[in-house]
Design a protein around this ligand. Sequence first.
Ligand SMILES: *Cc1c(COP(=O)(O)O)cnc(C)c1O
Length: 401
Amino acid sequence: MKTTDLLQLAEEFGNPLYVYDAEKIKHQYKRLTGAFSKVEKLRVNYAMKALSNVSVLRLLKNLGSGLDTVSIQEVQLGLHAGFTPDKIIFTPNGVSFEEIEEVAKLGVQINIDNLSVLEHFGTNHPKTPVCIRINPHVMAGGNSNISVGHIDSKFGISVHQLPHLLRIVENTKMNINGIHMHTGSDILDIDVFIYAAEILFNTAKHFKNLEFLDFGSGFKVPYHKGDIETDIEELGKKLTKRFLAFEKEYGRELTLAFEPGKYLVSEAGYFLAKVNVVKQTTSTVFAGIDSGFNHLIRPMFYGSQHGIDNISNPKGKERFYTVVGYICETDTFANNRRIAEIHEGDVLCFRNAGAYCFSMASNYNSRFKPAEVLWKNGKGHLIRERETMDDILKNQIIVEV
Ligand SMILES: *Cc1c(COP(=O)(O)O)cnc(C)c1O
């Protein structure tokens, strides 16, 4: 998107504002499916926890995407957006047994990541197809070392528990139709990912009625110039080759599934906020914006480095700024960052604001959540209104005691 378009949207819809570029989402979707074009049956399930606005869900639905969900509320939101149950997979962790049963009753594919839940579910619903989430204990590290750490991860059923897992399946005669992994770490090295995939293939061999193999996500997108990014084309080539060979070995056609969140929406998002104050101290110059970690928590929560541009003065001379929020505690977006000269009233634009930004926003400090705009065909469409005082007061009950 052009700087001038973003600036105009900030004027039209006010600050702070989330903007999503529909073309970029489409581009990422096509790039991913293109990298796996040699796979007959490919399924992309968008991990909607990254960004769950219904209009964004509809956009992905129209591109042919399925949905990856982690709560029954996400399932309901997906159905509301027009996804049919057969296009949704439920991959929860630590939810109640009743919630899993309720989702299964809706006709949604469930994915179980705990032996006791598996046994309980298989005993009560032996006919319902179930996918199993495996923990391959492979961690993609910063170098090409394959780490078998992650032993303490709460996700998935350990591959080391395979004998126990097989006994449960045999005793309950339950229907296992998919095997899944999602390590949750960024894929910095494709060979590490392929190594984990081999563990998945080896696990899959033990099940006779599989319909799909789900390789989760972890696709890394660049957050700044020179940042590492998953080479999706190379991954496509290597994994496709292995997948096709496995299909032959397995003796039947399988669906290859992924569930990317960040990859599809991160770079499509922009967060726009206005500078309230420029504050020179003895150590730095603070630029204080009309937002905080209530709207964009990733820098404080994960140490994420979001690119920041001053779109009101894009050609200005670069200076060093510490960009902070208006929340009454430490609330830093960037430390000593080079940004084009900032004046009070300027609009700053945060990049990579599509994934895990609005969806993690809160009302801390009793602030309203921002509005959201979808940019399509050169026009901004409001897809969520800015909150008002009614939203803050909703559900609150005054009791004088
Ligand atoms: C969050 C999540 C994803 C998406 O991860 P990204 O890093 O955003 O691609 C995929 N699968 C599961 C099970 C998840 O919980």
